[in-house]
Design a protein around this ligand. Structure first.
Ligand SMILES: NC(=O)c1ccc[n+]([C@@H]2O[C@H](COP(=O)([O-])OP(=O)(O)OC[C@H]3O[C@@H](n4cnc5c(N)ncnc54)[C@H](OP(=O)(O)O)[C@@H]3O)[C@@H](O)[C@H]2O)c1
Length: 344
């Protein structure tokens, strides 16, 4: 049997966008469709998905609001990074059995241009880490801290969504620089993890009463670097505590992603008075950081000095509900979907 006839014997499942959500996305905004596994033409590669990454930016792709990236269209397969195994290749650079990252889609099997894929070593690190601590979220934390935050020894750094994929790494990078690091997370269990397991100096529960007072008590010398992941009430509590010449890494504002209307903006007069630097970040702007971070961080993952936590749901059909859960803070660590087994 040829490779092509072997793979057309299998069906693939894809999650497509059925309707644009208003507010929180629901499972009924998506549907699962089946077709034949594609056969690669020259320069194309077919992978079977092992892990699919779920990320907060996906909420933006569900909306047709103008943004830095094109939204997913109705009827189109949801976008998302995957790690998978090559099962058929029309490109001499890839062979069945290779493990690759870079294929995109909420799908059991993905057809990609070979040029968009990168091989990853099966045994160098757990395959899931290429989507989390060693992948896009880890690189985001590294870029934000390196290019904007620039935490120094003795400074106070505050990280929101501190137990999450980006925040957990951002805080550990700031600790390595010698800063005092305070996390903000939702609930006592996440706060305990941030302090005890990730090694942050303190962690404030944003769901507890009087966030402002708790944060002020945790930051007696004010805040020199704020790594912004959530916006909303947490941002409102952080901004008055910023020190002169503080840096704010505007990485994301997940608390607002389901909002239909943008809330009234903050009063930014303090930015002038305190000469605060506030800068936005899109991780893909500096592509070189991805390889740089992976080279730097892979040994730390291996020796256990860079701690990461993953929250893995099984089955592509559960991806939509897991995305909704993540936007509510139900995930505890990097949210992934196991679509297929590591090895067949
Ligand atoms: N700029 C870029 O290039 C870039 C790249 C990657 C990620 N990001 C951004 O980085 C941020 C973190 O992403 P991630 O992948 O690491 O996600 P994550 O932290 O693993 O998961 C999202 C977390 O956000 C918190 N959250 C959700 N709703 C909230 C609310 N209303 N108030 C406060 N916290 C809330 C929850 O944590 P708690 O339970 O602790 O509240 C939830 O677990 C997001 O804003 C994302 O868009 C930006």
């Amino acid at each position: 049997m040829t490779a092509a006839s072997a793979i057309t014997a299998v069906h693939r499942r894809s999650v497509v966008l059925r309707a644009r959500p208003h507010g929180e996305p629901r499972a009924s905004d998506f549907s699962v469709v089946e077709d034949a596994v594609p056969v690669p033409a020259a320069g194309e590669v077919v992978t079977r998905t092992i892990f699919l990454s779920l990320d907060p930016y996906m909420r933006g792709r569900l909306s047709d609001r103008k943004s830095y990236a094109t939204p997913v269209q109705i009827g189109e397969t949801m976008t998302g990074e995957t790690v998978g195994e090559v099962i058929a290749s029309g490109d001499p650079g890839f062979a069945p059995g290779d493990i690759v990252s870079g294929a995109r889609g909420w799908q059991t099997h993905t057809l990609s241009k070979a040029a968009s894929l990168a091989k990853v070593a099966r045994d160098a690190a757990p395959l899931s880490t290429y989507l989390g601590v060693l992948g896009m979220p880890g690189t985001t934390a590294y870029s934000g801290m390196t290019d904007i935050g620039q935490a120094k020894a003795g400074e106070t750094v505050v990280i929101s969504a501190a137990s999450g994929a980006v925040g957990s790494v951002a805080g550990q990078i700031a600790k390595r620089a010698g800063a005092r690091v305070v996390g903000v997370a939702g609930g006592p269990e996440k706060c305990l993890f941030v302090q005890e397991t990730l090694g942050f100096d303190d962690c404030v529960d944003h769901r507890a009463m009087d966030l402002r007072a708790a944060l002020a008590a945790a930051c007696p010398n004010g805040i020199d670097v704020y790594f912004e992941n959530v916006g909303g009430a947490v941002q409102a509590a952080v901004f008055p505590l910023l020190n002169p010449f503080a840096r704010v890494v505007m990485c994301g504002m997940v608390a607002q992603y389901n909002e239909q209307e943008f809330p009234p903006g903050p009063n930014l007069g303090f930015v002038v008075a305190k000469r605060v630097k506030i800068q936005g970040l899109i991780v893909s702007d500096n592509a070189a950081r991805f390889a740089e971070w992976r080279t730097l961080a892979a040994p730390w993952v291996k020796d256990g000095s860079l701690v990461y936590r993953e929250d893995i749901v099984d089955g592509l059909e559960n991806a939509a509900e897991a995305l909704t859960g993540m936007l509510r803070g139900r995930n505890f660590g990097k949210q992934l979907v196991r679509v297929g087994p590591d090895t067949l």
